[in-house]
Design a protein around this ligand. Structure first.
Ligand SMILES: *Cc1c(COP(=O)(O)O)cnc(C)c1O
Length: 384
């Protein structure tokens, strides 16, 4: 991914920093759009990466936004995303966030409990409006990804248990200021087993028929996001296999002509376009382990510490033969480790290290633990 000309330019920059390949992002979005069926539309999960340059590309390609906080809605609007292209999810929306979303006339609020629905009804009454909502359902399907990023199983805090749907529909019928227009699922993230999505289609088909029989006019079916990316060998799948993913829905999903099918992809859109660059500060051998200590840590990329995530790591300054290293950050936490027993070209102090596939849930999750400063981001079209 990084030719020698680009590497030379990157070597001059102060590490650590994020680098985004906007050409790759553009190609990824084009490939995504080519794979869509007529009723499908994409709402980019902005929590994966909210950098303005990335939102601009999303907007230029006319994708919508899936926001999970008032500030994400606000940032989308400030970056010229139209309100009717924004949906709002989240298990704990505050009253202020709901008021903001309603006043800004966003497309749909995805609700996760009856308490939330009734608060939206009350606020809508006070504002003298009717608000379009969808209900997020918990389909109890195992996404077979890391336990912290599963969101659609019985023990998850997200969504409403399908068994409670009938009861909630009865209560919704009595509310005067909301319109139930959709239903929503999101199973989890980094899902590699596409069979999981065909199970989701079966559940959706049942719910769709059920709601039709109950005389609800459902116009929006939201199937969430979650498509995984190749962290082990990013260069083999720089652009995720969107065709196979949508093929599952094409084959299995039943919907009516007036229904719009939402997909809320985050990671699979932006993940491979971002990389975290870092330099080697020190090397040391301890109890037969070779440690490489780099200047980036869990404050810049928390996924390895939080989810045991494995990212592909390269030394761009060395082409010596590979040896086994533990690659660790500088923070005072043992979990601040990027890889254990990892084969990397024989390294020395000052070498430039790249941690690949860091475009999603990387920079957005950075913190200032140990009082570390937020690092810079550079973009492929700005380096000269
Ligand atoms: C995080 C999230 C997504 C995006 O998940 P990815 O794995 O990044 O595709 C979609 N929908 C909701 C409701 C989310 O919370």
């Amino acid at each position: 991914m990084f030719n020698s000309e680009l590497t030379q330019k990157l070597t001059k920059l102060k590490t650590p920093f994020y680098f985004y390949d906007l050409d790759l992002l553009d190609k990824t979005i084009l490939s995504l759009k080519e794979s869509l069926e007529p009723n499908y539309s994409i709402y980019y999960a902005i929590k994966a990466n909210n950098n303005s340059k990335i939102i601009k590309l999303i907007k230029d390609h006319d994708l919508g936004i899936d926001a999970v906080s008032g500030e994400e809605i606000n940032k989308s609007l400030n970056n010229s995303i139209k309100p009717n292209k924004i949906v709002f999810a989240g298990v704990g929306k505050t009253k202020d966030e709901i008021i903001f979303a309603i006043k800004k006339k966003i497309y749909l609020i995805n609700c996760e409990s009856f308490d939330e629905i009734s608060l939206i009804d009350k606020i809508s009454h006070e504002l003298n409006v009717r608000t379009k909502i969808a209900i997020r359902l918990n389909p109890n399907i195992d996404s077979r990804s890391h336990k912290y990023i599963k969101t659609g199983m019985f023990d998850s805090k997200f969504g409403i248990q399908i068994g409670h749907l009938a009861q909630i529909l009865e209560k919704i019928k009595k509310l005067k200021h909301i319109d139930l227009k959709g239903y929503h699922f999101h199973l989890g993230s980094q899902i590699d087993d596409l069979g999981v999505f065909s199970k989701l289609c079966n559940v959706s088909n049942e719910i769709n028929t059920y709601l039709k029989n109950k005389n609800f006019n459902i116009t929006d079916i939201n199937l969430g996001g979650g498509l995984g990316i190749n962290y082990e060998q990013p260069d083999l799948n720089l652009i995720p296999d969107f065709k196979s993913y949508f093929q599952i829905f094409k084959k299995n999903l039943i919907y009516f002509d007036n229904q719009k099918i939402h997909f809320e992809l985050g990671r699979s859109i932006v993940g491979q376009s971002g990389s975290l660059f870092s330099s080697i500060l020190y090397l040391k051998k301890s109890f037969n382990k070779h440690f490489i200590i780099i200047d980036a840590g869990m404050t810049e990329l928390i996924r390895p510490a939080l989810y045991n995530a494995q990212h592909h790591i390269e030394n761009l300054s060395s082409n010596h033969k590979e040896i086994k290293y533990d690659i660790v950050g500088p923070l005072c936490e043992s979990s601040d480790t990027f890889a254990k027993d990892y084969y990397l070209n024989k390294s020395k102090i000052g070498d430039l290290i790249v941690i690949r596939s860091s475009g999603a849930y990387g920079e957005v999750m950075s913190s200032n633990y140990n009082l570390r400063k937020k690092v810079k981001a550079y973009y492929s079209n700005e380096l000269f």
